[in-house]
Write a protein that binds this ligand. Sequence first.
Ligand code: NAG
Ligand code: NAG
Length: 236
Amino acid sequence: MRTALFTAVTALVAPVVLGQERDPSSELYTDSSSNITFNTWSPSPFVTIGLALPPDALETDTDEFLGLITCSDPAGWCGVSLGGGMVSNLLVLAYPSPSNPEKILTSLRWASDYGPPIEPYNGDAKLSQILSTINATHYQVLFRCEKCLGEWRQGEEQQGGSFPSSGGFLLFGWCHASSAPFGEAECADKAEVSQHDSQGLFGAEVTSFTLAPSAEEYALWAGKASGGMVDDECVA
Ligand SMILES: *[C@@H]1O[C@H](CO)[C@@H](O)[C@H](O)[C@H]1NC(C)=O
Ligand SMILES: *[C@@H]1O[C@H](CO)[C@@H](O)[C@H](O)[C@H]1NC(C)=O
């Protein structure tokens, strides 16, 4: 009796305590091999972006996150801007390796204008892969991105920054191109890309659904990121 009452009260109270509902444009996704749960957004049929933030990211601005990018075109490349438009925002480029189709290459980039060159990013932000998968129709990469949110620098200078996570809203950009990166594309930081075929912005509401359930769980998930950039054969 007591248990039943307690359960009933909890059921009534819990949603109020959390005070939050999942952003209806998002979908929860648990990756079966890492067991990491991401809240995901699919702003385009080509691109899905997932986020898992530290559990206190709504109280304390986080400068890191665990990310997922799924791209539905293994012949091309996808990009995500961690702040909105492509100019003066940290950009993540992802594409299948031209020489090793098992591997997804990732590179942090920077654009000071709309158009090439999309330079390699030179600053504190660091992306390390957790795992990647590829099949005939999709490729997916899971990663940890440190010093990737909040204020960031390119070279010596403060260049911009994303919205603070405590504000409950992050703005991202996405793009997709159907043509493969070229040039020295075996090396993700040297790969050149032609203009994307589609692009857009989307807002990600940060709710409890976007947060790891506990600091322990976040540390466990983040600890799986030992894969480095997987920028591959970057011979100087
Ligand atoms: C997967 O994660 C959930 C919570 O995030 C946890 O309860 C469960 O035990 C985990 N499963 C495995 C196999 O690690
Ligand atoms: C291919 O990979 C995507 C993304 O990981 C997945 O959603 C899809 O089910 C996979 N397709 C097949 C046929 O396994």
